[in-house]
Write a protein that binds this ligand. Structure first.
Ligand code: AMP
Length: 109
């Protein structure tokens, strides 16, 4: 059974894709938490950080984040990865949130 994000990547359900390469796809979050809120997703289905193997598409996530930020014209941003329910993870397909366009507080709460 494909994950929600795989279905977006395949075009089986709608998604606002802003960037992609052979390893990762980036699309706008449906419930944005900042003026820019994009999810960067490895094409390979990995449930989360706890399941990351030694090699694969996930190795390209940081480079993808840089390229997505450049494509969207933002130079200051926050990257977030939630691992597990208590951390706020709701979709079991590894992804990096790229948030920008407003100030962020630290600690995140
Ligand atoms: P997380 O809570 O870290 O697992 O992040 C999952 C994110 O996916 C949330 O920020 C949701 O708003 C977002 N999301 C859920 N469904 C969709 C969808 N169909 N298209 C785009 N983003 C979605």
């Amino acid at each position: 059974m494909a994950t929600l994000f795989t279905k977006i990547i395949r075009g089986e359900i709608p998604g606002d894709i802003v960037w992609q390469d052979e390893h990762c796809v980036a699309f706008r979050d449906i419930t944005p938490q900042a003026p820019v809120h994009v999810l960067i997703v490895p094409r390979t289905e990995i449930p989360g950080v706890a399941d990351v193997p030694e090699t694969g598409d996930h190795q390209h996530l940081f480079r993808a984040a840089r390229l997505v930020a450049e494509a969207l014209g933002v130079s200051e941003y926050r990257l977030v990865v939630n691992q597990g329910e208590a951390a706020g993870q709701t979709v079991p397909h590894l992804h990096v949130h790229l948030l920008a366009g407003r100030d962020f507080t630290w600690p995140p709460g």
